[in-house]
Design a protein around this ligand. Structure first.
Ligand code: SF4
Length: 358
């Protein structure tokens, strides 16, 4: 595997100033003195894409040094943030104008602020995005994690991002060691699927191939919300990895317990990546049944198995020539079966990763 550029996510801190209802990580923060150092970051391999995330990454005082180091080995960097530390974000983007910024906003003002528990969080995040746009940054946008209580805001928030000509990344609530959460679940599956359906149709009607691919990703989110098998294989730990604030290299952020391939503070990258622990983790990934559908594991799969989303997009673009609504959520067998009473909510709940209802 040596020499091949990888896809990496660096979780630079578990400290967070938000208190989101779907992520309890803020209750288990890392200590600043334990967090991944520049020396450890120097050991990372060449990457074609790096996501910097947290916690809230802009809490790190040395975030600029981290970005500077990662740019030496990464073709593209995107930072996921809640957008609260406007001045720090702007300051960093002045120095690194090619960096991507995704600001997590969970809906319109009231919805976002109640989910994220961050005072004036919507206005802070939104005004940060506007300032970045005024500065001429190109790779900026919203990130929204859908759950029962914000599904109605999905399309209105997309419309805002579309008017601003910004990116719009979506997710649905997940459970994992990373989120310190086992109780996330979507109860109102039909309502949430309908919101995704409307978004998918808007994306398909656009003139942007990138948005058509996003339509496929959101189609996969409907499949996930109904607790079904992933639409694409999960190849995490083969050409994609995460590093946590303690220097532990892990396959992804979706496992129930942390699965460690090795530690950057104690080992070289080659020792970790080619070691026995990494192989053992890869064996587990091969039979993982958690069926996550998060961009970190889906984006590499969409590139690797490009013909699957490609055919899906071609078929729906063709349909859009004749139909006002090229996509229907009832294309998914499970959505029809649920509507027709052939499968119950309890059965779907049992297939999910939520442990509270089992
Ligand atoms: S499905 Fe993939 S991303 Fe999710 S926990 Fe399993 S290996 Fe990780």
């Amino acid at each position: 595997m040596a020499g091949k550029k990888l896809n990496g996510t660096v979780i630079v801190t578990y400290r967070c100033n938000a208190k989101c209802n779907m992520c309890k990580r803020y209750q288990s923060p890392s200590l600043p003195e334990d967090e991944i150092t520049i020396e450890a970051i120097k050991k990372l391999p060449e990457m074609y894409f790096t996501n910097i995330t947290g916690g809230e990454p802009f809490i790190r005082e040395d975030i600029k040094d981290i970005v500077c180091e990662l740019y030496k080995k990464s073709d593209r960097i995107v930072i996921s943030t809640n957008g609260f530390f406007t001045e720090k974000i702007i300051d960093l983007c002045k120095e690194f104008p090619k960096v991507g910024i995704r600001i997590s906003i969970e809906g319109l003002e009231e919805t976002n602020n109640s989910i994220r528990g961050l005072e004036d969080g919507f206005n802070k995040g939104y005004s940060t995005l506007i300032k970045l746009k005024e500065m001429g940054l190109k790779d900026i946008g919203f990130g929204m994690t859908v759950q029962d209580c914000n599904a109605c805001d999905l399309v209105p928030l997309y419309d805002i991002s579309d008017d601003l000509d910004m990116e719009f990344a979506t997710a649905a609530v997940h459970n994992s060691f990373y989120f310190v959460e086992t109780g996330n679940i979507i109860h109102e599956r039909e309502k949430v699927a309908l919101a995704f359906e409307e978004l998918i149709n808007k994306l398909l009607r656009s003139n942007s191939p990138k948005k058509w691919m996003r339509a496929y990703f959101n189609h996969g989110l409907i499949n996930y919300v109904y607790s079904q098998k992933r639409l694409l294989p999960c190849d995490m730990s083969f050409d994609t990895f995460f590093v946590d604030p303690y220097g532990d290299v892990v396959p992804c952020n979706g496992t129930r317990e942390k699965e460690v391939m090795g530690n950057l503070n104690k080992q070289s990258w080659d020792e970790i990546w080619n070691g026995e622990k990494a192989e053992a983790v890869r064996k587990k990934v091969r039979c993982c049944s958690r069926n996550c559908w998060m961009i970190g594991s889906v984006s590499p799969a969409m590139h690797k198995y490009i013909w699957v989303p490609g055919m899906w997009v071609m078929w729906h673009k063709l349909k859009s020539l004749f139909a006002k609504k090229p996509y229907s959520m009832y294309e998914n067998k499970i959505v029809r079966e649920y509507r027709d009473g052939k499968v119950t909510k309890e059965e779907l709940d049992r297939c999910s990763t939520c442990e509270v209802l089992k």
